[in-house]
Design a protein around this ligand. Sequence first.
Ligand SMILES: Cc1cc2nc3c(=O)[nH]c(=O)nc-3n(C[C@H](O)[C@H](O)[C@H](O)COP(=O)(O)OP(=O)(O)OC[C@H]3O[C@@H](n4cnc5c(N)ncnc54)[C@H](O)[C@@H]3O)c2cc1C
Length: 405
Amino acid sequence: MDFTVSEEMQTILGMVNEFIDDEVIPLEGEMLHGDSETLASGVAACQAKVRQMELWAPNHPSELGGLGLSLVDHGLLSEALGRSPLGHLVFGTQAPDAGNIEILHTHATDQQRERFLRPLVEGEIRSCFSMTEPNMPGSNPTMMETTAIKDGDDYVINGQKWFTSSADGADFAIVMVVTDPDAPTYQQASMILVPTKTPGFNLVRNVSVMGHSGSGHASHAEILYQDCRVPQSNLLGHEGAGFAIAQERLGPGRVHHCMRWLGIATRSFDMMCDRANQRQISPEGDTLGSRQVIQHWVAESRAQIQGARLMTLHAAWMIDQVGAKAARDEISAIKFTVANTMLDVLDRSIQVHGALGLTDDTILSYWYRHERAGRIYDGADEVHKTSLGRRTLAQRARSVEAKSG
Ligand SMILES: Cc1cc2nc3c(=O)[nH]c(=O)nc-3n(C[C@H](O)[C@H](O)[C@H](O)COP(=O)(O)OP(=O)(O)OC[C@H]3O[C@@H](n4cnc5c(N)ncnc54)[C@H](O)[C@@H]3O)c2cc1C
């Protein structure tokens, strides 16, 4: 395997990193302390510049106007954009839209492409993905209560969802619903496209997370679907294909998240090093960085980040080569390893900043609040460890058995 970054990709990464440093990071103050309208206009101005640079939504397949990147290159880009919480939004590659675009691109009908996919790709609208329910275990989504029942030419949807990220201000939701409770377990659910203006789509609240309800793209909504009626032509793929489509969304999606987390880890690490070099802790001018414990944190963080990056690029390379199904061990391993690496480095960086690290004068506390979730969504640590452990034991048993004849 060869992780040489092509010259073209090096140029793109150079442009992206410079833009994040010069244009996007300065907007973070508005995100942390300003009002949402000023932030929105700042983001829109940056997005316009990104379009002028012809770097809008570079992750999309070339048929959709993107750069048609391999997953490895896409991962490198995601790491660069992840250095600011606004990076992906400014470049049009933000979750959950990026994942929704992938599945719409593969499964949408012509009519759905025109109504939902095209404006989403253009950045004219946002979307959300509505699967998790408060009263059911998200870790086992085959247990789901939300139903869609056929009535005439329509589906009528009823149920309660929460943690539908970015529903606030979204134009439509892709909703996971039970369409046939009597079908085999993994064929009971389907995905349906629901415009958020549809009567019966009720956004109850943006759920408060660690003291902040958030708004717009940075929020997680509770939604009540009450006799929410949409045409049957809004079914995505065929009836019963919900889990199969969800699976497609998750493999590459985990690589995107992991590389974004590495962007967070890298910036937190740089901030930790800068603070350790600058903070004087004695009248003689000793800096924090002169202390061995800090040097060890720096060394451990650097090694952890590099290990996690290579693991993730390897998983991306595997998906590029053999597909997500064959790479599922690698995907499980990066999901819990990188989430914990990111949180370890973030925590050390906060510790090195002392009281400052807890304030909203730096980006660290924002990430601490928002990114703890990385160990829970897209498969909690324990779920990935259980499946990786179980498969590893079975693989070992098969190989011992094969050798012993
Ligand atoms: C910030 C954030 C954003 C999210 N965005 C979205 C979104 O946009 N759309 C959406 O539909 N959902 C979203 N989710 C929901 C997310 O997918 C679920 O939280 C996740 O699937 C876990 O489900 P749960 O919260 O119901 O926890 P549960 O399934 O109740 O699990 C709770 C805990 O139990 C443990 N556990 C569970 N199963 C096992 C097991 N088999 N073995 C051992 N331990 C286990 C784990 O520690 C787990 O954290 C989001 C969540 C967060 C926090």
